[in-house]
Design a protein around this ligand. Structure first.
Ligand SMILES: Cc1ncc(COP(=O)(O)O)c(C=O)c1O
Length: 412
């Protein structure tokens, strides 16, 4: 996209079919929020829904709400809604636990279904929790874990690999793997793949059925706007469900939890992957975020992803022309990345802080990346244009040199 003037980007906003969705979020005035890929902002409907849940469902109706307000079905119901976004059937997605816990469950379950294979494989540079859990699962199972550079992934898919653990979109670079190709390659070599879709769902088109994906997990608090620490989701293709046992077999995954029997008997479908009592407040907060995303992507998700590509292209073009100090580490071709762009700079932390002081919120990923997320539901083209202006100005004026921008916070 060629660099544009403010008038030109305003014309894009005026013609944007998704523009009305911005008002569905409680965004603080003046803030340009380029971090919806890390923590999505608060949908106004969520605040109202949570008030209702607290006052009426919990406050007034108390324990009867498990039945009367269908709390007991929430994990499966919200999973069913998410299924549309990832291209699976309703009974192939479940909302539960955190992404980390779901990774553990699926890695262990998948490895146990591949007896005789002794290695769990992942990629160096994969999100840390994915690497730690691959190693942790290997330890629990008495297997070995291996992490290899991206360029060695395919050659490393040898006959001893039970499970391959990959993020579809890399949290730092934004690089997007070819879901279908790697899934089918792994399958041809006898391994199962557990995909982490945390930076993909709501960010890029997903059709897991078409791509042949059998196992996946992902975050609820990023592009799905489910709230801080929102429950995550896990996907298991129908054909695989009876073959996988939940390694944390709690009573909610039992076939008849309210029979209170002594022996464990897994539920027949995906609900066997539940463990304990679900966090209802967080689940119902996530549900309004998912509903909003579904509204924006029905009947077609194409406008959402097209806008995401245009927002990225606008920012990348402006920064390329005005900020030679920044090195783009994300692929520029839309099909090869997610919906965020990362730039290397030796003082990326201070740069992100200086931007934040100007109400332009991105984030820093150690050791040297400034990362900006482009979330088409609430961002305007004008926001992105102004953010690029802000980056250029902070670099030109050296505003980032201010000592208060050098002090590292615990969460970056
Ligand atoms: C790719 C990826 N996986 C997992 C997580 C986090 O998992 P959890 O919600 O368990 O903390 C993140 C968080 O940013 C992530 O980027």
């Amino acid at each position: 996209m060629p660099p544009m003037t403010l008038e030109e980007v305003r014309a894009l906003d005026a013609a944007d079919p998704l523009a009305p969705f911005r008002d569905r979020f409680a965004l603080p005035p003046g803030v340009i929020y380029l971090d919806g890929n890390s923590l999505g902002p608060l949908p106004k409907a969520t605040a109202a829904r949570l008030r209702e849940v607290v006052d009426v469902e919990w406050g007034r109706d108390l324990i009867s709400s498990w039945n009367t307000h269908a709390w007991v079905d929430a994990s499966a119901r919200i999973g069913g809604k998410l299924a549309t976004l990832v291209g699976l059937e309703e009974d192939e997605v479940l909302v539960t636990d955190s992404t980390s816990v779901n990774l553990f469950k699926l890695i262990v379950a998948a490895a146990r279904s591949r007896p005789g294979r002794g290695v769990l494989l992942t990629e160096l540079g994969n999100f840390p929790t994915d690497q730690y859990l691959t190693a942790g699962a290997a330890q629990v199972l008495g297997l070995r874990a291996r992490a290899v550079p991206t360029e060695l992934l395919e050659a490393s898919l040898t006959e001893d690999i039970a499970v391959l653990v990959l993020s579809h979109v890399n949290y730092r670079s934004g690089h997007r793997h070819d879901l279908a190709r790697l899934t089918s390659l792994a399958r041809a070599r006898g391994a199962l793949v557990v995909w982490d879709l945390s930076h993909s769902v709501g960010a890029v088109p997903l059709n897991l059925r078409e791509a042949g994906v059998e196992l996946a997990v992902g975050c609820g608090y990023k592009y799905l706007n489910g709230g801080p620490g929102a429950p995550a989701f896990l996907c298991v293709a129908r054909a695989c469900q009876p073959l996988l046992d939940n390694p944390i077999p709690g009573w909610f995954g039992h076939a008849r939890p309210f029979d209170f029997t002594d022996g464990y008997q897994p539920a027949p479908g995906l609900t066997r992957m539940l463990s304990g009592t679900p966090p209802i407040l967080s689940l119902l907060a996530l549900e309004t975020g998912v509903d909003l995303m579904l509204e924006a992507t029905t009947p077609s998700a194409a406008p959402l992803f097209a806008k995401s590509e245009r927002l990225c292209a606008l920012f990348a073009g402006l920064v390329r022309d005005r900020c030679p100090e920044l090195t783009l580490v994300s692929p520029i071709e839309p099909a090869r990345r997610g919906s965020h762009l990362s730039y290397a700079h030796p003082h990326a932390y201070a740069l992100v802080q200086a931007l934040s002081a100007r109400q332009i919120i991105g984030d820093f990923r150690a050791p040297d990346l400034a990362r900006f997320g482009f979330t088409p539901l609430f961002l305007r083209y004008e926001d992105v244009w102004r953010a690029a202006e802000g980056v250029a100005e902070v670099l030109k004026t050296g505003a980032w040199l201010d000592p208060r921008f050098q002090v590292r916070a615990r969460v970056t």
